[in-house]
Design a binder for this molecule. Structure first.
Ligand code: ATR
Length: 275
């Protein structure tokens, strides 16, 4: 069987790990998948997508800065993409309509619960940030039924808007919004979804949100300990994780959506950690 074509679209795209991850999935599963990276012009995302599918492409991942455009462009959206307000996965259904999905939240939950064995049900969770990355993961996190979820952000109004948007998904979870400095007691799980470290900053949260039992998860990943995780370790955290597992799990979920086959992720996480 000849290979079927998939790609990740972004700008810039040269550092994307998605081609490496999906090639490893293809090799491992024997699926006839060829996966490349496409840099779309900043004003040419819709054209790039159209051309890709017109020339026979089967599925796209979408990354910065096009996730919101992918969501808008689609003819229909999965429920989880609808709520996320952004899409990282595109494909055509049997009628040729463009479907948008979002696998980021599932990727985060899978990494936390399966790879790291963390119980989110009944946990008190502090989420830092209220941008697109956080919006993309709140639904799947709330579906785990934490006891409480506190969304803290520099711009409090954005945290409040997310708490309102996700109120209907909260069920029995106590969902609240505040500034970074308000939380004043220990949390079971702290998730950093801000991009503060890109500016060399840290979200100014109090150190008493951390105890030795707190799990700290930075959605960023890096070869070294991330800035946020280092801060957490310096303030008493013992279990800190970066976002490499989430990156690979969201890719695996896209692969499953496209191919109907679930790749093994543990071996791929090992390979990328040692690249
Ligand atoms: P992303 O797609 O990565 O979520 P975004 O939508 O621009 O990008 O959101 C970035 C998040 O990081 C926001 O929560 C932002 O806070 P504001 O909503 O107040 O802008 C947060 N952020 C960015 N730079 C920050 C900094 N230097 N200190 C603290 N928070 C920061």
């Amino acid at each position: 069987m000849s290979n079927e074509l998939y790609a990740v679209v972004g700008h810039p795209i040269n550092h994307s790990k998605s081609p490496r991850i999906h090639s490893l999935f293809a090799k491992q599963t024997g699926e006839p998948v060829e996966y490349t990276a496409i840099q779309a012009p900043l004003d040419g995302f819709a054209n790039t997508v159209r051309q890709f599918f017109e020339s026979g492409g089967k599925g796209l991942n979408v990354t910065v800065p096009f996730k919101e455009q992918a969501w808008e462009l689609a003819d229909q959206r999965t429920a989880r993409a609808e709520k996320a307000g952004a899409a990282n996965t595109l494909y055509q259904n049997s009628e040729g309509r463009l479907v948008a999905d979002n696998t980021d939240g599932q990727g985060l939950v899978q990494d936390l619960t399966v790879n790291h064995g963390i119980q989110l049900k009944g946990a008190n969770i502090l989420v830092l940030g209220a941008g697109g990355a956080v919006r993309g993961v709140l639904g799947p996190l709330l579906a785990q039924k934490p006891a409480s979820m506190t969304i803290a952000n520099r711009t409090v109004a954005k945290a409040e808007a997310l708490a309102t948007l996700f109120a209907e998904d909260a069920g029995a979870t106590i969902l609240s919004a505040c500034g970074f400095e308000a939380p004043d007691q220990p949390f079971d799980v702290i998730i950093n979804g801000t991009s503060a470290s890109l500016q060399g900053d840290l979200p100014p949260v109090r150190t008493n949100v951390i105890t030795a039992g707190t799990v700290v998860y930075d959605m960023m990943y890096s070869l070294q300990t991330t800035t946020f995780n280092q801060w957490a370790l310096d303030n008493g955290a013992v279990r800190v994780f970066d976002g490499l597992g989430m990156l690979i799990e969201q890719a695996a979920e896209s692969f499953r959506v496209w191919r109907g086959v679930q790749p093994d992720t543990a071996s791929v996480i090992d390979v990328l950690r040692n690249d």
